[in-house]
Write a protein that binds this ligand. Structure first.
Ligand code: WQD
Length: 340
């Protein structure tokens, strides 16, 4: 079976995608610099899928290391590229670190791939490229707006770099998957989201509050022009998201793509407010959550949820899990990690 490189494969979405790739019979090579992941995740992947991926600790910012890797691994048939820094707030404070880590690494990877006779590349992009879209649900034709953070800018620039490369390298095919809000964990509760320090994202903060690690959740604003005043997002189960990567990769391997560069919105198509997410947690955990209303968070968009028609019809992928399914998996994972 084809050998697939997964960069950042020990991370949250990467590890779940490696499990799905191995379940489909692919041979997986993970490279990860362990800057925001743990080597223990390798054991988790092996425990779930019964196979141990090949792992190489490698810094993608080191151009010669990337060149050396590809000279030793000429039989790689596809690449799924997750390795990147992804904290919006941090990117505002450390723009150069984000541009170097998210863009130099992409360029070094592409420089190796375009010299191969046939390359298939899946790029981890984000709905953040849309900023505050004018219309809901958001389609792939929605205009890409000026990024609200260097992180979001690296996703926009990354897509442009890939698109420009596809234009002049017919042997290089790529798909950008624009994620909405990934949440949850593998149903086994053996792998999941491992935020370092205080969680920036809503769901891990909720489950840590539920587990007693955090005193109370701050809801960043309830005075938005939405039905209950809190922001709306499209929360997608990480396993559904992982499966979208396998389907997109197979589309390229089987040459089913219609053009050399395609983008797909990967979400559930359902918008949920912060208060609805809290209610979901309380339903699935049978616990009441300690939260308070706080000031708005700088840079938050009011509403973002996906029009998933293109992914459903052209990619042949559809999210299967509901918000409650995803929230229950997140809570089971939290309890397993904390041995509750
Ligand atoms: C969701 C909602 C917050 C925390 C970001 C990135 C996106 C992707 C996912 C990387 C918002 C509210 C949050 C809290 C809260 N990251 N919230 N209290 O901002 O939609 O997306 O993470 O790929 O690119 O932009 O996700 O989970 O941070 O926030 O009220 O303690 O929850 O205001 O409305 P976001 P989030």
């Amino acid at each position: 079976m084809d050998k697939i490189l997964v960069t950042g494969g020990l991370g949250f979405i990467g590890s779940h995608t490696v499990v799905e790739l191995q379940n489909e019979g692919f041979e997986v090579v993970i490279i990860d610099n362990l800057s925001n992941s743990s080597i223990n995740v390798l054991e988790g992947i092996t425990a779930i899928s019964g196979k141990s991926p090949i792992f190489e600790r490698l810094e993608l910012k080191d151009k010669s290391a990337v060149q050396n890797f590809f000279s030793k691994n000429k039989d790689i048939k596809g690449v799924i590229h997750f390795a990147a820094s992804k904290a919006v707030g941090e990117s505002v404070q450390e723009p150069l670190m984000y541009y170097e880590n998210n863009l130099n690494t992409l360029i070094y990877l592409l420089q190796e791939l375009v010299s191969k006779p046939d390359s298939n590349f899946i790029f981890s992009s984000s709905c953040t490229v849309y900023g505050q879209a004018d219309e809901m649900p958001i389609t792939e034709n929605a205009p890409v707006k000026p990024a609200e953070s260097p992180y979001g800018n690296t996703k926009q620039i990354g897509e442009e770099i890939i698109k420009d490369t596809c234009k002049v390298k017919p042997n290089f095919k790529a798909i950008a998957l624009r994620y909405f809000n990934p949440i949850g964990a593998h149903p086994s509760a053996i792998i999941g989201e491992l935020p370092i320090g205080i969680p920036q994202n809503l769901v891990p903060f909720i489950t840590q509050t539920g587990a007693g690690l955090r005193e109370t959740l701050s809801v960043f604003g309830d005075d938005y022009p939405t039905p209950d005043g809190t922001c709306i997002r499209d929360y997608i189960h990480v396993v559904d998201l992982a499966r979208a990567h396998v389907i997109a990769l197979k589309r390229l391997l089987n040459k089913k793509n219609t053009v050399n560069y395609e983008t797909f919105n990967i979400g559930t198509g359902v918008g949920s407010s912060v208060l609805e997410v809290i209610n979901s947690f309380e339903r699935v955990s049978n616990k009441s959550l300690n939260y308070k209303i706080a000031d708005r968070r700088e840079g938050d968009v009011i509403s973002a949820y996906a029009d998933t028609t293109k992914a459903n019809t052209q990619l042949g992928w559809k999210a299967k899990s509901s918000l409650d399914d995803a929230m229950l998996s997140a809570w089971k994972w939290e309890k397993n990690v904390r041995k509750l």
